[in-house]
Design a protein around this ligand. Structure first.
Ligand code: DGJ
Length: 567
C-alpha cells in the first residue's frame, strides 16, 4: 500500500472511531448513477418537484408572502425564481443582495429549495433585464443588428464588454450565494440567462458579426467536429454531410447557405402547409450554428465566472423550434436546441445541463432528444394540470430527470390538484425512483386516447400498457384525463412496482414464448418513509381474470405485482 493511501485510510478510521463522518462534497452537485446523472443534495440524490414563478414575482418579497403557503400546498420541494441583473447591480459595481437574501429566508421558512434564474444579458432572446447603465450606453454595450442594418433590442455576442459586465455581476451573485448559502444549500442550481438566441433574424448582422461569418469556421471547433463526428446529433451531421463533410471553409461553405436576404421571417414565404414539415428540419443551418457557437462561448464565460466563486450545477434553457415558427429567428437562433447540442457542449463546457422549455405536444420525443449523449434531463418550464402530472411522472421514470417544473406557479399554486397530487405521490415514491434511475430497471410511458397502447420489454417480461376506460361498475369518475403516464420498475425477476391511472397492463414472457404469464399476486399500496405499506389485495374484476393490472380512474396509484408462468 502506498504511503498516501495508508494516510487516507488511517484518517478515515480515526474519524469513524470518533463518530465523525469523513468529509464529503456537500454542496449541491451532479453525480452519475449508471446511465443517469443525479442531483445530489446534502449527500443524497434529489428529485426536484418544482414550479417556476412568473417572471416578476421574486422582485417583491411582499408579493411573495401570500404565495409561499400555496407553493407548499402544491407539494413542491423546489421553486424556480428570477434574480435580475438590473435589481442586483442598479449602479455599475454596486451590488444589492437584499432581495436575494429575503427570498432565501422566505424559502427556508417554508422548507423549500430554490433554483435561481439569472436574467442577465438575455431573456427570451431579447435583452430587457440588463441595468439601465447598460441599456443607455450602447456605444459601450452594443446591440445585434438585422439585415436592414437596424439595431435589435438584443445585446450582441460580439462584444467582450457585454460579456464581461454580465460575468462580473453573475460572479458577484455566486460569491454572495457561497457566503450566505454555502452551508445551508437552499439554492440547488442556477439557470444562466433565459432562452438565449437571436430573434427576428436568423443571425446577428452587426458589422462584427458579418465579418466573422465570412471568415473560416474557427479551427478548434472544426477539429472538434472532425474528431467527434461519430457521436453527433443526426441533424448536425446531415447539414454537414449535405455539404460534403468539408473540414475547412466559411460557415456557409461547410454548413450550407444562410437565410437569403429576400426571405421574410414569420411571413408569406413559409405557408401553413410547410410549417409542420419544416419544424424538425434544419433551416439556414450555417446561421444557426454560427449563433450557437457565439452564444455558447459567451454563456460559458458568464457561467465559468460564477462557478469560480461557487460551483453548483448550472444549466441553460431553450425556446424550442415550434411547428408554427420553425425557422431560426422565429425561435431564438443559436439557443441550445437539440440540433446544436454538440456545438453547445464544446462551446460551453462550464454548462452542466442543456434544458428544454417543453410546451410542445411532442413531450416524449423532446425528452429523448435532450438525453442524447448523456445530457441530464431538467425541464425548467412546462405545463401544469393533468398533462403536467403525466409529463412529470414520465420525465422521472423514462428520462431519469433531475427535475420538472411547470411555468407560472403564481397562477396554479394551491389550486392545481392534479399537479399537487402527482407531486405528493412522486415524493412518496422518490426513494425507489432515485434508486432505479440509470440502471435499466425502470421505464415509463405516456398515453392518451389516440396514442393508446405501447409495448416494451423490461426485465424478463414484455409489457403492453394501454390507456384504459373503466367499465361503469369500476369507474370512480366519468372524466377521462387528456394524458396519463405509467411508470414501471422491475424489482425482481418476476416482481414489478407499477404506477399509473386509467391504465391496463398486460405481461407476456420475454424469455420463453411457450410460457403463459399469470398474475400471482397483486396488491395496491403506498410508500411511507420509503417503506411499502400494502392496501387492498386486488383480485377478480380488478385484475380481469388474472390477466392484467388495472389502475384507478380518478388518481395515480401504485400496485406491486408478482408474476408466475404456466404452460
Ligand atoms: C418562456 C419564458 O422562458 C418564460 O420566462 C416566460 O416568459 C414564459 N415563456 C411565458 O409563457
Amino acid at each position: 500500500m502506498k504511503n498516501s493511501t495508508q494516510l487516507v485510510c488511517l484518517t478515515a478510521c480515526l474519524l469513524a472511531w470518533q463518530g465523525i463522518a469523513a468529509p464529503v462534497n456537500t454542496i449541491p452537485h451532479l453525480e452519475k448513477q449508471g446511465t443517469a446523472t443525479q442531483l445530489v443534495v446534502d449527500g443524497k440524490p434529489f428529485m426536484a418537484l418544482s414550479a417556476e414563478l412568473n417572471n416578476s414575482s421574486a422582485s417583491s418579497l411582499e408579493y411573495m408572502k401570500p404565495l409561499w403557503p400555496k407553493l407548499v400546498a402544491t407539494h413542491l420541494n423546489t421553486v424556480l425564481a428570477t434574480v435580475s441583473w438590473e435589481l442586483i447591480e442598479p449602479q455599475e459595481g454596486k451590488f444589492d443582495f437584499r432581495l436575494v437574501d429575503g427570498l432565501l429566508q422566505q424559502a427556508r421558512a417554508n422548507d423549500l429549495h430554490l433554483v435561481l434564474l439569472w436574467f442577465g444579458s438575455w431573456k427570451n432572446g431579447r435583452s430587457t433585464y440588463q441595468p439601465l447603465w447598460v441599456k443607455d450606453h450602447q456605444e459601450h454595450f452594443p446591440l445585434a443588428c438585422n439585415s436592414d442594418g437596424k439595431s435589435l433590442p438584443i445585446l450582441t455576442t460580439f462584444s467582450d464588454a457585454n460579456r464581461d459586465a454580465d460575468a462580473r455581476a453573475f460572479a458577484a451573485l455566486m460569491r454572495h450565494l457561497r457566503e450566505v448559502d454555502g452551508r445551508k444549500h437552499t439554492v440547488l442550481m442556477i439557470q444562466v440567462e433565459n432562452e438565449v438566441g437571436t430573434l427576428d433574424d436568423s443571425r446577428d448582422r452587426s458589422p462584427a458579426a458579418n465579418e466573422a461569418f465570412v471568415r473560416p469556421v474557427p479551427g478548434d471547433l472544426m477539429d472538434h467536429l472532425v474528431q467527434h463526428k461519430d457521436t453527433f446529433a443526426p441533424e448536425l451531421l446531415k447539414a454537414w454531410a449535405t455539404n460534403g463533410f468539408k473540414t475547412s471553409g466559411t460557415w456557409e461553405e461547410v454548413f450550407g447557405p444562410g437565410k437569403p436576404a429576400s426571405v421574410q421571417l414569420y411571413g408569406p414565404d413559409l405557408t401553413d402547409d410547410k410549417k409542420d414539415i419544416y419544424w424538425r428540419q434544419l433551416n439556414w443551418a450555417s446561421d444557426e450554428f454560427f449563433m450557437a457557437w457565439r452564444y455558447s462561448m459567451y454563456v460559458n464565460k458568464v457561467a465559468a465566472a460564477g462557478k469560480a466563486e461557487y460551483d453548483i450545477p448550472m444549466y441553460v434553457n431553450s425556446w424550442l423550434q415550434q411547428p408554427g415558427c420553425p425557422r431560426p429567428g422565429e425561435y431564438p437562433s443559436g439557443g441550445p436546441v437539440p440540433q446544436v447540442h454538440d456545438i453547445w457542449r464544446f462551446g460551453a463546457p462550464a454548462m452542466d445541463i442543456l434544458s428544454p422549455d417543453l410546451y410542445i405536444p411532442q413531450f416524449a420525443e423532446t425528452c429523448a432528444r435532450y438525453t442524447r449523449n448523456g445530457n441530464p434531463l431538467f425541464i425548467p418550464e412546462s405545463e401544469a394540470g393533468v398533462r403536467g402530472a403525466a409529463n412529470a411522472i414520465y420525465a422521472f421514470g423514462a428520462g431519469n430527470a433531475i427535475g420538472f417544473s411547470p411555468f407560472g406557479a403564481d397562477r396554479f399554486a394551491g389550486s392545481d390538484m392534479e399537479l399537487a397530487r402527482a407531486y405528493d405521490f412522486l415524493s412518496s415514491v422518490s426513494p425507489l425512483i432515485l434508486a432505479n434511475q440509470g440502471k435499466g430497471t425502470m421505464t415509463a410511458v405516456l398515453l392518451d386516447a389516440t396514442n393508446a397502447t405501447q409495448t416494451f420489454q423490461l426485465g424478463n417480461y414484455k409489457i403492453e400498457a394501454k390507456f384504459w376506460v373503466a367499465p361503469p361498475w369500476m369507474k370512480a369518475t366519468n372524466a377521462l384525463p387528456e394524458r396519463i403516464a405509467g411508470l414501471f420498475i422491475a424489482t425482481g425477476p418476476d416482481d414489478y412496482i407499477v404506477m399509473g391511472r386509467n391504465l391496463a397492463v398486460y405481461f407476456t414472457s420475454a424469455t420463453n414464448e411457450n410460457e403463459s404469464v399469470g398474475v400471482g399476486m397483486d396488491e395496491e399500496g403506498v410508500y411511507e418513509n420509503g417503506r411499502w405499506v400494502p392496501g387492498r389485495r386486488l383480485n377478480g374484476d380488478e385484475v380481469y381474470e388474472w390477466r392484467a393490472l388495472h389502475f384507478r380512474s380518478d388518481r395515480y396509484s401504485i400496485q406491486h405485482v408478482k408474476l408466475y408462468r404456466y404452460r
